[in-house]
Write a protein that binds this ligand. Structure first.
Ligand SMILES: Cc1cc2nc3c(=O)[nH]c(=O)nc-3n(C[C@H](O)[C@H](O)[C@H](O)COP(=O)(O)O)c2cc1C
Length: 336
């Protein structure tokens, strides 16, 4: 949910409720929004610039952190005989005043199993990384090459350390798309089918990422010459991933970028049998440039079922995928 479009009281209360309802399995992908169309859904003409959005997001999270501390963990007594619902000494006013955020607590929702949701983040601009280093427990990233993955991982962990946090408490999960087949041929055919989709259906997504209208540009426009919005790319992470940062570039033209977006294949793809996919996931994990993965699928629910039925048992056989949960909350399981 977006810190730009929702108030901290609403966010804190929603995630506390979700954490209660899910028994401590709530996570929040903290986004600042990056598309004016989204702003217009909420009655605004346009989004504030990126720096303003991240400054505001810092304050929203400071306010939410206060609100989540309204109730001590043991405040609720629910004693029918004495008629006491909660110990008033264990419920506190928690207010917050920043320069763009103001809220008078406390929160009406009692302390939830995790206390606060697991905070996830996917910003990749320098300001986005600064924000992630301060708050994120999971960083979600798209990196198409091992070299950029390693660089991103080292940079982020160093940023986390420099703000006084334990780098192991900020896990980095690159997103990977998996196409698994019973044979390599079957997986390849699925990839070919996806790649045959018309590139112009992905132009809208490219417009969102670059922050400009690209509909009148020829599809063979070199991607590095596609103009950007006044604030640079609307999403640095997606843009860098398409352009590539190591010189070669993932795409050369606007048409290729649109094709990637049309097939929802922003993430690097692993194509093959369960064995081949497990080999590649294991290799990346053991190379020390990530802490796990966000697995994405082009076709749902089919590809997800294939992954669960074929790849997960193979990963379990190799001892790199859990067979049961170590804890009861999302945070406990992430850290185990
Ligand atoms: C891998 C990845 C996943 C993202 N997922 C979402 C999402 O689910 N919802 C959303 O609003 N923004 C999403 N974003 C956008 C980011 O949250 C962020 O707002 C955007 O990248 C702009 O910040 P930046 O320039 O610092 O990267 C995602 C970005 C990346 C790189």
């Amino acid at each position: 949910m977006s810190t730009t479009l929702h108030s901290p009281y609403h966010l804190a209360r929603s995630f506390a409720s979700l954490d209660h309802l899910s028994g401590g399995r709530a996570g929040w992908n903290v986004v600042t929004s990056h598309d004016d169309h989204e702003a217009q859904n909420w009655g605004l003409d346009r989004l504030p610039d990126k720096k303003t959005r991240y400054d505001h997001a810092d304050e929203v999270l400071e306010a939410c952190s206060q609100l989540w501390e309204t109730w001590d963990e043991d405040a609720v007594k629910v004693n029918r005989e004495s008629g006491v619902f909660a110990d008033p000494n264990a419920v506190h006013y928690r207010s917050y005043a920043g320069s763009s955020v103001w809220t008078r607590g406390g929160l009406t929702t009692p302390h939830s199993p995790q206390g606060r949701p697991v905070l996830m983040q996917a910003g990749a601009s320098p300001r986005g990384l600064e924000f992630a280093a301060r708050w994120a427990e999971v960083v979600f990233t798209i990196q198409s090459e091992p070299a950029t993955m390693r660089e991103f991982y080292g940079d982020l962990k160093e940023r986390v350390r420099s703000v006084g946090r334990d780098p192991q408490h900020c896990l980095v999960f690159p997103s990977i798309e998996v196409l698994v087949g019973e044979t390599e041929r079957e997986a390849q055919e699925q990839a070919e089918l996806l790649d045959s989709f018309r590139p112009d259906t992905g132009l809208d997504m490219v417009a969102i990422i670059t922050g400009t209208d690209v509909s009148r540009l020829p599809l063979d426009t070199p991607f590095d010459q596609v103009p950007l919005g006044p604030d640079g790319p609307a999403s640095q992470g997606f843009y860098d991933n398409l352009l590539g940062t190591s010189g070669s570039g993932r795409v050369r033209t606007l048409g290729e970028a649109a094709n990637i977006m049309a097939t929802n294949s922003q993430s690097p793809r692993l194509i093959g049998t369960a064995d081949i996919i497990a080999d590649q996931l294991q290799e990346q994990l053991e190379s020390g440039c990530c802490d796990g993965f966000i697995i994405t699928f082009a076709l749902l629910p089919g590809d997800l079922i294939q992954f669960v039925e074929r790849v997960v048992p193979e990963l379990q056989k190799r001892g790199i995928y859990r067979e049961e949960y170590a804890g009861s909350t999302f945070r406990e399981n992430l850290q185990s």
